[in-house]
Structures are given as C-alpha cells and as structure tokens.
Design a binder for this molecule. Sequence first.
Ligand code: PMP
Length: 327
Amino acid sequence: MRQPVEYPLTTIVPPVWPTGADLRPPRPQTPDSLVGNTPLLALRRLPAALPPTVHLLAKAEWFNPSGSVKDRPALNIIRTAEAQGLLHPGMTLLDSTSGNMGIAYAMLGAARGYKVQLALPANASPERKAILQTYGADLIYTDPLEGSDGAMMQAREIAAACHPHIFYANQYNNPANWQAHYFTTANEIWQQTGGQITHFVAGLGTSGTFVGTTHRLKQLNPSVQAVAMQPDSPFNGLEGLKHIPTAIKPGIYDEQLADEQVTVQTEEAYQMARQLAREEGLFVGISAAAAVVAALRLAQTLEHGVVVTILPDNGFKYVSERFWHNA
Ligand code: PMP
C-alpha cells in the first residue's frame, strides 16, 4: 500500500496509475449499481437546543443517480417486472408521477432501452419537465386542479386498453415499491445507526418509503416508533406528498404501521428549507424540509433517542420557486 503523502495545497498532484498488484480488471458500473447506500447525515446546528443524548439524523437521498429516493422503488419495480417476464426491451413503461418517480423511470428506462410514458400534472415544475424530456420520456399533461390523482386516473385509462407493448408500473399499488425500502433503506438505517435508531419519521406520497422502511425496522426492533407526516391541507406546496384524507388512498398504504400521524404546513417547510440551506449547508427539497420540521418537533420532546428521517431530494429542481428569497 502507498503511504499518504503530505503536500502543500498549491501542489499539483499527478494521477497515480495502478501497477502490478494494484491492477484490477475494471468493474463495469451501471446506473443500477449507484442506487441506494446513501449517506446518513447528522444535523448538527439546527438541533443545538437538544440534549446531547438526542440525535437527529437524515438520509441524503439525492445521492441516488437520478437525484431522489424514487430510484429505489423504480429500480425494484423494473427488476421485478423483468423477472416476471412482464417487461423487456422495446416495451413502454407507463405510470403516473408527480416528478421524481418519472425521472427515476426515465433514467433507468433510457439505460435499458425502454420507452417511458408518464402522466403528470401540467403544473409540475419547469425543472422537472426539462429533466424528463432530457431523458427522452413521453409526457402526458393532466389537469393541475386534479393533482396527482388526475395523473393516476389518466395512466389507468391508458393501461385499461391492455396494449401488449405497455407495462403499467402502477407505483401506488405495486408492492415492489414498498419492498424496495424494506430491503434497502431500512437495513441501511439499521446498519448506519448500529441498531440504535429509536424513531423513524417520513412523509407520505405513495407511502412506499414509510411503509417499507417502518415494516422492516419494526421487525428488527419492535420498539422503534414510526411517525407518518403529511401536509396539513389538500392545497399545499409540499411537492411529492399527499394529503391522505382528501386523496385517493394508495393501495400499498398500511395505516396500522404508524404510531403517530403528524401534519406540516407549507410555510413551516419553506422556512426550514431556507434554514437548512443557510445554517446546515443543506440545499434540500420542500418535502425534505417538511420531514425535518416533523423530526425536530419530535426530537424536542425526547430526553434520549436517535431520530432518523428521509430527505427525498435536494433543492435543485425547486430553485425557480420564490420562497427561497424570502426573509
Ligand atoms: N418527497 C418527494 C420529493 C417525492 O417525490 C416523493 C415521492 N412522491 C415523496 C417525498 C414521498 O415518497 P413515497 O412515494 O415513497 O411516499
């Protein structure tokens, strides 16, 4: 092994090429191999008022190759369908999406030779639409007033025609969605906290993240407390999350899993998003900021504990929103 060399910062270090025993055959990397194993971050400055016995930790899901937590379920849905012989190159993957799942499908589909057709509300952010178009996805815009439910109805309608070249991924009802988190997210959290996690907090969209992660964590330690977070009203700015009482309930959602249900207001999430950027150096998306609001609120009630939450994406796709510039 080479010893590390001390050098002044201005020195230009030539690349070191492997020789002899260091030489390994190159391992091919595909986007699949980059999914999961995301870092677990300790939030250090925000929870300053917490006792040293309470820890607030968060999974940085934008480290996934298409930039969000949705790479996990998209990959598992695709792999499961391939294994079942339901999807093969030349076919079209169809689903509805509020953005991130579509981006994940579009990225993985491009790498495999699938066409990707997505129904999404017409008011999805310009950044999301541009990213989807860059990956070559075929977009069907639905009525913004009908939100993600309208997009889901549109995808169902297309799927009902049973075209033999279309695979309907159906993320709201497909068990491979929550199973992705059961097999990856939860086990990563368990390992990264050395089994010390006491509380898990996650927002509800399709509910896959919450259901799969909670299900596995409770198997590993039944005393882990799970908190499900959702927006406080049907009209909200928490992109990616659902107001469950007024939305079509996702088929994969299991209400029994949550020990507690909490709501977050859009303004609270905006405020937290600015604070995370300015005080923690974390430029996260709005649902991630909402998750931190809920996790911090919970942490403030504890004397001991390891609270873990999920940061589904970073802020790049929301950069054109005006709230970043408010005080
Ligand atoms: N936040 C964002 C930004 C999302 O795109 C999603 C997925 N809709 C979620 C949170 C919720 O994740 P899940 O679908 O696993 O509940």
